[in-house]
Design a protein around this ligand. Sequence first.
Ligand code: BV8
Length: 252
Amino acid sequence: MDVGHAESVGRAVEALKRARAVAAITGAGISAESGVPTFRGPDGLWRNFRAEDLATPEAFARAPGLVWEWYRWRRGRIAGAQPNAGHLVLARFEDRWPDFALLTQNVDGLHRRAGSRNVVELHGSLWRARCTAEPARVFDEMQQAPGTGDPGRVPACPACGAPLRPDVVWFGEALDPAAVARAHDAVTSCDVLLVVGTSAIVYPVAALPALARRSGATIIEVNVDRTPLTADADIVLRGAAGVVLPEVERLL
Ligand code: BV8
């Protein structure tokens, strides 16, 4: 561990040891070491697609079969993935801080599979589908709804026959108000906010670290690269989440 990094890890450990309440925001980077492609990295999901082509209500209205193909492809990529050491450390943090809140932008479900229970899936879940006619009708694991696995097909709601859509938040769509309220409560009441593996450019989640900072929290960024948040983070741990988070946990 280089001296600068060791010192930053030490400062992060001290802040966490003093913390009464801790929260974390995660993005696609924490799943990278599980083999799940990120959105904007060199092997990013967006490399072959443009977000506005697929992750928007307009795209779904224009080409629902294409959008379903993309989500089925992503489910296939994720189905074989296992939670990595970074996911597991955050799951164990629930035992250290009873109210540890995990606010994720990821839709891959890996935090829950790692054992995290207090997870706010701010952008929904790839593993759920919901009825386009009655959004309250949500199908878990997608197996419950016939046709969600059939290539090219747009699955139909078993209750009313309307098309199903992935239960995720697309660009231009509002986040679930209840999830946003839980995230707001977590970041305004924590002493330390970990921001792990996110490019910090997708709003409204990207606005949460500034809110935490205004509320007095220490911001710790864990990322392999710089982001728009880096300059405002109190502590920057430059490295892979699956390496850095275990380094921190070992010293707690
Ligand atoms: C909203 C779910 C308003 C679906 C996603 C212009 C037009 C339209 C909208 C906007 C606009 N300008 C701004 C907006 C708002 C827009 C937005 O912020 N756009 C950005 C791009 C500028 N936001 C929205 O549209 C949001 N809704 O504003 O609604 C509204 C209000 C009321 C009423 C109606 C409407 C909705 C945003 C949610 C969009 N959905 N995904 C799906 O997944 O298919 S976004 C998508 O990006 C994912 O959720 C993803 O998680 C998220 C953020 O990306 P990251 O997770 O950060 O991933 P990324 O690849 O970018 O970065 C990975 C990072 O990890 C990198 O920093 C990398 O260095 C690092 N890394 C890599 N490996 C590792 C690592 N770090 C650590 N360890 C490693 N090993």
